[in-house]
Write a protein that binds this ligand. Structure first.
Ligand code: HEM
Ligand code: HEM
Length: 148
């Protein structure tokens, strides 16, 4: 029997936005790396060694930094789901495709820095940060335009 989808499509065709928001959430977790370290350097580092809040903050920072690549992996897997669903049921969004290209490129660059450069700071990190900034612009444009 042919099932008539409810107004606007069935559950799968409507789940694209959900995956879009999961991509956004994973992206924010991935980006936290930078502000969390910046807050440490400018504020928390000055607290006394004995401070309990400092120990808790350092544990939090360690979790964010250690899991950075897994947040990025989660983000990329959600992105894959979002792209497949949107291409099947919606449209090929230009801003979305720009954001996705930057995200995949930056993940590859991050993997290069992590596994090949062994996290040593050099030009790769500068490009990695620069691309993160461009990504924020692309994602904001994509989300603010409702996926256009
Ligand atoms: C980093 C990459 C991406 C992020 C963070 C992202 C995030 C989002 C979010 C949060 C929404 C929901 C907007 C809303 O409900 O107002 C959305 C919608 C949408 N996205 Fe993406 N997206 C990305 C990549 C892509 C790509 C590559 C495509 C192209 C196939 C795409 C196609 C769409 C479409 C067509 C919509 C609108 C769906 C609708 O209104 O029915 N997105 N995206
Ligand atoms: C969407 C993907 C990604 C974004 C937006 C992103 C973003 C960032 C940002 C903003 C920083 C700067 C943090 C700082 O200045 O200390 C950073 C650092 C770093 N990223 Fe990524 N990243 C992504 C994926 C990855 C992946 C997949 C890996 C590894 C497999 C990775 C490895 C690193 C490493 C090694 C650093 C150096 C600092 C540290 O160890 O925390 N990144 N990333």
């Amino acid at each position: 029997m042919l099932r008539q989808p409810p107004e606007g499509g069935d559950d799968l065709s409507n789940s694209g936005s959900l995956f879009g928001w999961l991509v956004t959430a994973g992206f924010v977790l991935t980006l936290l790396n930078y502000p969390v370290k910046a807050v440490y350097r400018s504020v928390v580092a000055r607290w006394p060694q004995t401070s309990k809040a400092k120990r808790i903050y350092m544990r939090f920072q360690k979790a964010i930094v250690l899991n950075h690549r897994f947040f990025a992996l989660f983000t990329t897997v959600m992105l894959l789901a979002h792209v497949v669903i949107q291409l099947l049921y919606r449209w090929a969004s230009l801003t979305g495709l720009i954001a996705a290209t930057l995200m995949v490129a930056n993940s590859l660059l991050g993997a290069y820095g992590h596994y090949i450069k062994k996290k040593r700071r050099s030009a790769w990190l500068m490009f990695h940060r620069l691309m993160a900034v461009l990504l924020v612009v692309a994602v904001v444009a994509h989300v603010a335009s409702g996926g256009r």
